[in-house]
Design a protein around this ligand. Structure first.
Ligand code: GLU
Length: 301
């Protein structure tokens, strides 16, 4: 196999990849806006991918509602929406190959058996040679540090073996894990730049390892601060966030711009969403994004 072309020499391709377990909320708007502006400011492409891997946790109507909100807020994506639910064969084929290569293995540990291990898999099934039937599939991780330089958060490193342990790539019930699907799809869609919420910062080393074993290029990463509630929780499904109001698109986009450290002109008050986005593209400066993992919603202007 020839070495992948360095991504830095390729035209920018970004993406927004919502999970349809709920409506878009202000935190997801901030992430969508950052990825959109970062792409469009360099005349890059911006793709939309539904991460609908978990039907039991999908909220009925959420996919439609997310697309409608994005449209009403003036976002324009390139090409058709990709749905992960349509790519299950691909993910399963890759899992087969990882099993054949001995890089992954079947695991029969119950949740109960794993209690008290602080989320780090202790490797019970690692060398047990158990049957595939009814098993989760775990990826063997090395005792090595995986590090990368995030465009906003700076250096981030993780010793995968010690801090994460062998992680699940397919659940016992057959559901494909986010970590595997995101890496395969980012590569398949030619994504050069991943811009997303900082809740995924500590997933990134797992994704770097997957890219390494699968021979896939490593995109650049930019993790924007997560918008949190006064009690420290992230905005989202647990709060049953209502859909973003269609008639608030302009003001909420302005608020999201300010959350990203941009300084929208005062004249934009009352502007239509398209105008706010056009201003955002023309003035985008990723260096102004707060170098912080979280921002309290209550403190945003
Ligand atoms: N689907 C993930 C989410 O909604 C985002 C995944 C990503 O951007 O890598 O939180």
């Amino acid at each position: 196999m020839s070495a992948p072309t360095p991504l830095s020499s390729q035209p920018y391709v970004g993406r927004f990849a919502p999970t349809p377990s709920g409506y878009l909320h202000f935190g997801s708007l901030v992430a969508a806006l950052a990825s959109y502006l970062d792409a469009r400011a360099v005349a890059g492409r911006w793709l939309l991918r539904m991460e609908d891997l978990d039907p039991p946790r999908e909220m009925p109507g959420a996919q439609q509602a997310i697309l409608q909100t994005l449209e009403r807020y003036g976002f324009e994506w390139d090409g058709p929406v990709v749905r992960q639910s349509e790519r299950l064969d691909t993910y399963n084929r890759v899992i087969e190959r990882l099993l054949e290569r001995g890089l992954a293995y079947p695991c029969h540990c119950s949740r109960k058996k794993l209690q008290g291990h602080a989320g780090v898999y202790p490797g019970f099934c690692r060398n047990a040679g158990l049957p595939l039937e009814g098993a989760a599939i775990r990826l063997r991780v090395p005792e090595r540090v995986y590090a990368f330089s995030d465009r906003v958060q700076g250096e981030f490193r993780q010793q995968l073996g010690r801090e994460v342990g062998d992680f699940v790539i397919r659940r016992r019930d057959g559901l494909i894990a986010y970590q595997l699907a995101v890496v395969l799809d980012d590569a398949w869609q030619g994504i050069t730049d991943v811009v997303r919420g900082a809740d995924l910062l500590d997933s990134t080393p797992r994704q770097l390892y997957l890219q390494e074993v699968l021979g896939l290029p490593q995109p650049r990463y930019l993790h924007v601060p997560l918008i949190i509630q006064p009690d420290g929780h992230k905005l989202g499904k647990s709060y049953r966030s209502p859909p973003l109001a269609a008639d608030q698109a302009g003001p909420l986009l302005l608020r999201a711009l300010r959350a990203l450290g941009q300084q929208p002109a005062a004249e934009l008050a009352g502007a239509a969403p398209g105008e706010v986005l056009a201003w955002g593209i023309a003035h985008w400066d990723a260096a102004r994004i707060p170098h912080s993992l979280t921002l309290a919603e209550a403190q945003l202007r």
